[in-house]
Design a protein around this ligand. Structure first.
Ligand SMILES: NC(=O)c1ccc[n+]([C@@H]2O[C@H](COP(=O)([O-])OP(=O)(O)OC[C@H]3O[C@@H](n4cnc5c(N)ncnc54)[C@H](OP(=O)(O)O)[C@@H]3O)[C@@H](O)[C@H]2O)c1
Length: 332
């Protein structure tokens, strides 16, 4: 039986301020939807931090409960797709954006957003992966689909100690690629080596500010989580026939570039979106994470926090200071 009320990390707007509090909410405040889920774990993503600090491009209505990821147990399902007690996960779509999200003991969502937790992954593991893992997997899958193999050459990963970056480094290394990790954190080289990076470069080493349309072709593939001039430099440094995947914007939204990498080197630029990815495709990737792409020792890249710890971690992720993934243990 569902409880009458539940604890949630809520953000309210007071004039131009956004106040973050752990408060009790009534179940009657939840949106309409097919499936009521008791959330066990969520995770902190960069987008959650934007939502929690009043970024209108992410969240338009407050009070709001962020949390774009959730794993938990079905309490009620009016769609008939699941049974009470089933373990499920939800990432992306509108969860935590303008629909109350996973930083709460309860969520209610449409059945079209919900996947069964794959056998072979614990709820905690699924949330250490979460949206970051799904996004990293999409980048890697795109490289493979564009015929980039370990023998093709090195793969550059930017924002490498971040959530998407860490999981991309770990997955590429597992698949036998030579990974070159880019980080702004000088004290985290050992962490990246442990994840499987073969070489580590500073942001300055891969941020070219000259107006050369092409640079020495070094990368067979790129997983870029940063955007801006770092992405533009990576594209200009990609070798003939290489493939660049772009998923992030922490370093900027501009892309100062000419068409030369595309028309002289045949470089492919692939946009990555995990938010509205159709359910069937995400189910395939989650299955891979539970089987042939299973990453062991995921706990080693995660810091576990509670709802009350979130303000500190939101501030850190906005400053680019988080290493690995922040797992949110919601259930008390
Ligand atoms: N397209 C999609 O579907 C999708 C899905 C998930 C995430 N994303 C995007 O992917 C990006 C990464 O997300 P995340 O959750 O992994 O965030 P995150 O954990 O904060 O990782 C971002 C990392 O980027 C690096 N960084 C931060 N600020 C930077 C700057 N100004 N210049 C260069 N590098 C900087 C830092 O790593 P180092 O210190 O190691 O350099 C930081 O840890 C975000 O833009 C997010 O919105 C997109």
């Amino acid at each position: 039986m569902a409880p009458e009320d539940f604890w949630a990390f809520s953000v309210k707007q007071v004039d131009t301020q956004y106040i973050q509090q752990v408060v009790k909410k009534s179940i009657s405040n939840l949106p309409v939807g097919d499936i009521l889920i008791q959330v066990q774990f969520s995770s902190l993503n960069y987008k959650d931090a934007l939502s929690a600090t009043g970024h209108y491009g992410v969240t338009k209505n407050y009070p709001h409960i962020p949390g774009i990821d959730a794993a938990g147990i079905v309490l009620e399902d009016t769609s008939g797709q699941f049974h009470p007690g089933d373990r499920v996960l939800v990432t992306g779509f509108d969860l935590g954006v303008n629909t109350w999200g996973g930083f709460a003991e309860l969520i209610r969502v449409p059945a079209a957003w919900v996947l069964p937790l794959p056998a072979g992954l614990t709820p905690a593991e699924s949330m250490i992966l979460g949206t970051a893992g799904l996004t990293a997997a999409l980048c890697v899958e795109a490289l493979l689909q564009h015929a980039i193999q370990p023998a093709s050459g090195a793969i550059l990963v930017t924002g490498a100690t971040g959530g998407v970056g860490s999981l991309a480094v770990a997955l590429l290394a597992k698949l036998g690629f030579e990974v070159v990790a880019v980080t702004g954190k000088r004290d985290r080289h050992a962490y990246l080596t442990e994840l499987g990076a073969a070489r580590i470069l500073s942001r300055e080493q891969v941020n070219d500010t000259s107006d050369k349309p092409l640079l020495k072709g070094q990368w067979a593939g790129v997983v870029d989580t940063v955007g801006g001039n770092l992405l533009a430099t990576a594209i200009r440094s990609t070798q003939y026939g290489g493939c660049v995947t772009a998923c992030g914007l922490v370093g900027g939204v501009d892309l100062p570039l000419t068409v030369h990498p595309f028309i002289l080197r045949g470089v492919r630029l692939i946009g990555i979106d995990s938010v509205n990815l159709p359910l069937a495709q995400r189910q395939q990737l989650w299955h891979r994470f539970a089987t042939d792409w299973k990453l062991t020792n995921l706990e080693a890249i995660a810091t576990t926090v509670t709802l009350t710890d979130l303000p500190v971690w939101i501030d850190r992720i906005l400053k680019g200071q988080v290493v690995g993934r922040v797992l949110v243990h919601v259930a008390k």
